[in-house]
Ligand binder design. Sequence first.
Ligand code: ZN
Length: 415
Amino acid sequence: MSSVDQPRPVVCAGTPAHTGTLVRQRLAAQSDVLNADLERLVTTETPSTDPGSLGRGADVLARWVRQRWPGVEVEQVVGDATVAGSPEAATVVRAEIPGSLPGTVVLLGHHDTVFDTGTIEQRPFSIAEQTWEGRTRRVAHGPGVFDMKAGIVLGVHAIAALDAQGIPRPTVRLLINADEEVGSLGSRGVLVKQSEHALGALVLEPGGCTGTLKYARKGVGLWDVNATGIASHAGLDPERGASAIHALADLACHAVSLADPAVGTTVNVGTFSGGGRANVVAPAARLELDVRARTVREAERVEGGLLSWSPADPRVRVTFDGGWNRPPWQATDATHALIRVAEQAVAGWGLSLDLREVGGASDGNVLADAGITVLDGMGASGDGAHAAHEYAVLDDMPERAGLLAAVVAHWPCAG
Ligand SMILES: [Zn+2]
């Protein structure tokens, strides 16, 4: 897609492309404000595992949203703290920004990151120029900048830009949780309840390359498998032992045989540990499985295959903990209706969408499983999620915001 200062000019008033153009142009002129807001969020470190930081991060977010819309209702809704490990990790920052069109659109994001407290000292927020494919762009670095603090910034500014220009839109409910990177176990009840009667949800996860949206995500199944056998001398009386390692080695092969890459089903034995000494039959072993599937049918097939397995030596006891952390998400007709709006927006700019199905799950999967219409990957462009080279493309922020604003304002059911 072209840079924001060169939008194709032929767009008709009242169309998604026209709405998106107005938002792009406004935000292109406010890049200093966007960058300052992004710096504020990135320098407020929020690792999923640090409750104190998550609490401070939620306060910063709430204050920032109130500054954008003075008088707007912003609250912190605590989910299931027992599961999340702390009230801070279970908390969802919720803001209700009233609109003049019927219905409510959810903007869904997370402010937790995978980076430990102190990463900001090694990798401070910075803005630099980066050149690839002959184009030089301004990018921002810093922990969590791409996944997904830039998405939160562009989402909030997209709605503010609609309002500043008097463009009608449905009510927007902003939901930002703090445990997404660790499975959203504490917050998912709040997310589903707050989205139940909405027109649908736009997820502020990174969009990858410029112009990318996500319309399907695989489900993720995680299992922690523990085996308990019987220790014995490997030379003197091996028959008295029951090897936990041998049992789980058999399970590992069985699990991998359940994969079917042709239909997108993958199985990964991510960790394998056990035993203590070479001359002892191993009394304990453990492995962790990561399974990805595109459809519920495939998810059920693999789960059934795993749980029906039993060790050849009946003296070994095996326990499976886990299950489908996030179920598969496939685009529905309602998602395709949203995609058509997005296509109209970018077509008016002389561009085309890059629609992707990806293996990584998000909270979009959780909402879609609850029957809510979802379009994902509405956040920033950039690269390197969860990695040290992570960056968000600042020059694309107005364009990404324009796309999001067009979908919100021209939501198919919103009249
Ligand atoms: Zn994310």
